[in-house]
Design a protein around this ligand. Structure first.
Ligand code: GLP
Length: 253
């Protein structure tokens, strides 16, 4: 794991965008795994700016999003489909035929999970996966559990996640209780992974991901076993990491 600690949220996004842009320059037809939530927004803004100013070309890029709420149509402003269009896709020259997000309206979620996995495989697998992290150390919507769920599957959201995500809804009652998410194996199969976090409320989750036991009770901890992960966190999110790690860009292992 390589750990990059930044002074600010904007800088976190910039570091992440540099890695994503580098990936696309090296392999224009890269397959990216993408995340939603507040965390990656500064990265998306930066990538859109790089596209606009120096022409970073997304025309051959394929994207797979981590997850979607069940029961939300792409037109719903709270859906992750909508989020991705608004925050990223409409600002770059991506081919919409190359954009994939789990279908939260599918009738059969088992079938939808299998379809999504087949699509990822057909595109050659994910080159670079971008992750945020939940306060309970979830990645995608893989909530703390007694085992790691492998592939794209239906999940019941934890109360903590429902509470955390209620800030995007009129009230907590409106937050969907279920989602469809890539599994841990889907994520671990990516060639490269970057994990982003900002803010004090992520410090405990970042500590568990980087320094804690590898356990399905802290799903992000599995990343310690991945061969190529860069953790990019602002100093608040890094505040629980051991002093030896904090404050500088460092290669941990
Ligand atoms: C959401 C998403 C995750 C995201 C996480 C953190 O529920 N399913 O992919 O990383 O929770 O969200 P935020 O970045 O808004 O804190």
């Amino acid at each position: 794991m390589r750990i990059i600690i930044t002074d600010s949220y904007e800088e976190m996004g910039m570091e992440a965008a540099n890695i994503v842009a580098g990936q696309i320059y090296l392999k224009p037809n890269s397959v990216l795994g993408l995340a939603t939530g507040s965390t990656p927004v500064s990265m998306y803004q930066r990538l859109a700016a790089v596209h606009k100013t120096v022409g970073l070309d997304f025309s051959e890029v394929t994207t797979f999003n981590l997850d979607e709420y069940i029961g939300m149509s792409p037109e719903n402003p709270q859906s992750y489909h909508y989020f991705m269009q608004e925050n990223f896709f409409k600002h770059i020259n991506i081919n919409q035929d190359n954009v994939f997000i789990p279908d939260g309206m599918a009738e059969d979620m088992i079938e939808e999970g299998e379809r999504y996995e087949r699509l990822i495989e057909a595109k050659g697998g994910i080159d670079l996966q971008v992750l945020g992290i939940g306060q309970n150390a979830h990645i995608g919507f893989n909530e703390p559990d007694i085992k790691f769920a492998a592939t794209t599957h239906k999940v019941a959201l934890d109360d903590e996640t429902i509470q955390a995500n209620s800030r995007f809804f009129a009230s907590v009652k409106d937050v969907p209780r279920y989602a469809i998410s890539m599994g841990i194996k889907t994520i671990m199969m990516a060639e490269h992974v970057i994990l982003l976090a900002n803010g004090k409320n992520k410090a405990e989750a970042v500590y568990k991901a980087v320094c804690g036991d590898v356990t399905p009770e802290a799903p992000a901890s599995i990343l310690q076993l991945h061969r190529d992960v860069v953790v990019i966190v602002d100093k608040e999110a890094a505040s629980r990491l051991p002093a030896a790690i904090r404050g500088i860009h460092i290669v941990k292992k």
